[in-house]
Design a protein around this ligand. Structure first.
Ligand code: UGA
Length: 448
C-alpha cells in the first residue's frame, strides 16, 4: 500500500518507519526542509531506541522516503495520515488545531482517486468532522473518507508499542475506509492485535479517555504515597496489593514526582476544556491536573526538608532531567519545576542526564552546571536527587558517591533503591511513600 505521513515528528516518524517495516511504501512529509534534509542523510531528530536503525534499513530498502513536497505523494496514496503537532493553545489549554487544518487544506488540493485521510495526531472530538468539512468544501469532487486512528505509543518504547499494540482503534463507520485501514494494519492483524471499529467521534474521545485515566491512576497512587508517608505504610506494597486485583491492574501505579511529557499534561487539559465546552465538566480530570501540577514543585520541598530546612547556598546534584527514561524529551518534565523551585530557594544546581541535557539547556535557567556523568554531578554536592529512573542510576557506587559529596543526602524520587541499602552506606535517604520497608521489596521494576 502507498502511505503518506504528513508531519515527520515523533508520531509520524515512528509510525512511518513501522509501516514501512511492514512492507508498505511510505513517504514522510514535513514542512521543515532542514528536517527532511537531515532525515535523508539518516539523521534522526529525536532519541527513540531502535528508531535510527529502523529508519535506515527501510530507507535503504526503498520503502521509506522523505520529502517536503506533499502534493506528489498524496496524489498517489491509498492512505494519508495527519501526524502534525497539536500543542496546547496559549491561554486556554485547548489543543491548537491550526496545523491539522492546514494539513487538511493542502491534502485536499492534492487528492486524486479514492483516499483515506487518517487523523493520527491526538485531536479533540469533532476534529474529524471539521477535517472532512474543510476537504469537502475545497474539493467537492474528491472521493475520500476521514478516519480517526489514535496512537498509543509510549516514548522510549514506541516501536515495541507500535508493533505489539494492546489494540488498534479505527474510528469510521464507512465500510470502504474500514477495509483500507484493515489492509494498512494487516501485518498486526496476523499477530492478532484486536482491532476496534468504532465511530470517529468515539475513537477521538477514546484516546483522551485512555490518557486521562492513566494520569488519574498515577495521581491516585501519588496521593496514596503521601498518605503512606504519614501513616508509616509502604506505597509499593499498597500498589502491589491493589494491582494484583485484575480489575485494577498493576501498571501505572508507580508513585513518583508527578507525570510529565508531551501527552498527559496536554491531553488532560484538552479533555478538561472539551468537557467544559460541552457542559459536562470532568471534575476528576480537573483535580488530577491540578494535583499533579502542585506535586512537581512540592518535590523540591522534600529535598529542602532532607537538607535540614534550607538549601540556600547549598549545591544540589540532580540525576535525570527528562520526564522519563529512554527519551531526550524535556516537555513538562518534573525536573523543570523541581530545579526552578530549588533555585528559588537559593540552591546551586548541578545536573546530569544521559540524553536530555541539550533540550534541558533550552528550558532551564542558564545557572545550571551540566556534568558528564553521575559521579561528576555529585562532586561537592550537599544532596543528590534522583528525578528520572534511567538504568544507569540503578547500580551507582555509593561509596564513591559519598566520598565525592559534602554531605551524603539522597532524595530518591523514583524509589529506585531500598532505604536500608542506602542508609547502611551512611546516607540520609528520603523516598516516595515508603514509610515502612518490607524486607523483600527490591529495586523498582521498569515503569510498565
Ligand atoms: C503516554 C501513554 O502512555 C501512551 O499510551 C500515549 O500514546 C502517549 O502518552 C501519547 O498520548 O502520545 P508517554 O507520555 O510517552 O506515553 O509516557 P508514559 O510512559 O505514559 O509516562 C508518562 C509520565 O507518567 C512520565 O512522566 C512517567 O514518569 C509517569 N509515570 C508513568 C509515573 O509517574 N508512574 C507510572 O506508574 C507510570
Amino acid at each position: 500500500m502507498k502511505i503518506v505521513m504528513v508531519g515527520s515528528g515523533y508520531v509520524g516518524l515512528v509510525s512511518g518507519a513501522c509501516f514501512a517495516d511492514f512492507g508498505h511504501e511510505v513517504v514522510c512529509v514535513d514542512k521543515m526542509e532542514s528536517k527532511i534534509t537531515a532525515l535523508k542523510q539518516g539523521e534522526i531528530p529525536i532519541f527513540e531506541p531502535g528508531l535510527a536503525d529502523l529508519v535506515r534499513s527501510n530507507a535503504e530498502a526503498g520503502r521509506l522516503s522523505f520529502t517536503a513536497d506533499l502534493a506528489g505523494p498524496v496524489s498517489q496514496a491509498d492512505a494519508v495520515f495527519i501526524a502534525v503537532g497539536t500543542p496546547s493553545r496559549r491561554g486556554d489549554g485547548f489543543a491548537d488545531l491550526s496545523y491539522v487544518y492546514a494539513a487538511a487544506r493542502e491534502i485536499a488540493h492534492a487528492l486524486d482517486g479514492y483516499t483515506v485521510i487518517v487523523t493520527k495526531s491526538t485531536v479533540p472530538v469533532g476534529t474529524g468532522d471539521e477535517v472532512e468539512r474543510i476537504i469537502r468544501e475545497l474539493r467537492p469532487d474528491a472521493e475520500f473518507e476521514v478516519v480517526s486512528n489514535p496512537e498509543f505509543l509510549r516514548e522510549g518504547a514506541a516501536i515495541e508499542d507500535f508493533k505489539r499494540p494492546d489494540r488498534i482503534v479505527i474510528g469510521t463507520e464507512e465500510l470502504r475506509a474500514q477495509a483500507v485501514m484493515a489492509d494498512v494494519y494487516r501485518p498486526l492483524y496476523l499477530n492478532s492485535a484486536p482491532i476496534l471499529n468504532i465511530s470517529r467521534r468515539t475513537a477521538e474521545l477514546t484516546k483522551y479517555a485512555a490518557n486521562a485515566f492513566l494520569a488519574t491512576k498515577i495521581t491516585f497512587i501519588n496521593e496514596m504515597a503521601d498518605l503512606c508517608e504519614q501513616v508509616g505504610a509502604n506505597v509499593q506494597d499498597v500498589a502491589r496489593g491493589m494491582g494484583l486485583d485484575n480489575r485494577i491492574g498493576g501498571k501505572f501505579l508507580h508513585a513518583g514526582p508527578g507525570y510529565g511529557g508531551s501527552c498527559f499534561p496536554k491531553d488532560t487539559l484538552a479533555l478538561i476544556k472539551t468537557a467544559q465546552d460541552y457542559g459536562t465538566p470532568s471534575r476528576i480530570v480537573e483535580t488530577v491536573a491540578s494535583v499533579n501540577d502542585q506535586r512537581k514543585r512540592a518535590m523540591a520541598k522534600k529535598v529542602v526538608a532532607a537538607c535540614g530546612g534550607s538549601v540556600r547556598g547549598k549545591t544540589i546534584a540532580v540525576l535525570g532531567l527528562t520526564f522519563k527514561p529512554n527519551t531526550d524529551d524535556m516537555r513538562d518534565a518534573p525536573s523543570l519545576a523541581i530545579v526552578t523551585a530549588l533555585q528559588d530557594g537559593g540552591a546551586i544546581i548541578r545536573a546530569f542526564d544521559p540524553e536530555g541535557m541539550e533540550q534541558a539547556k533550552a528550558m532551564l535557567p542558564s545557572e545550571v552546571t551540566y556534568c558528564k556523568d553521575a559521579y561528576e554531578c555529585v562532586e561537592g554536592a550537599d544532596a543528590a536527587v534522583i528525578v528520572t529512573e534511567w538504568n544507569i542510576f540503578r547500580a551507582l557506587d555509593f561509596d564513591r558517591i559519598k566520598a565525592a559529596m559534602v554531605t551524603p543526602i539522597l532524595a530518591d524520587l523514583r524509589n529506585v533503591y531500598r532505604a536500608e541499602q542506602i542508609r547502611g552506606k551512611g546516607f540520609t535517604y528520603v523516598d516516595i511513600g515508603r514509610g515502612v520497608m518490607a524486607p523483600d521489596v527490591g529495586i523498582r521494576a521498569d515503569v510498565a
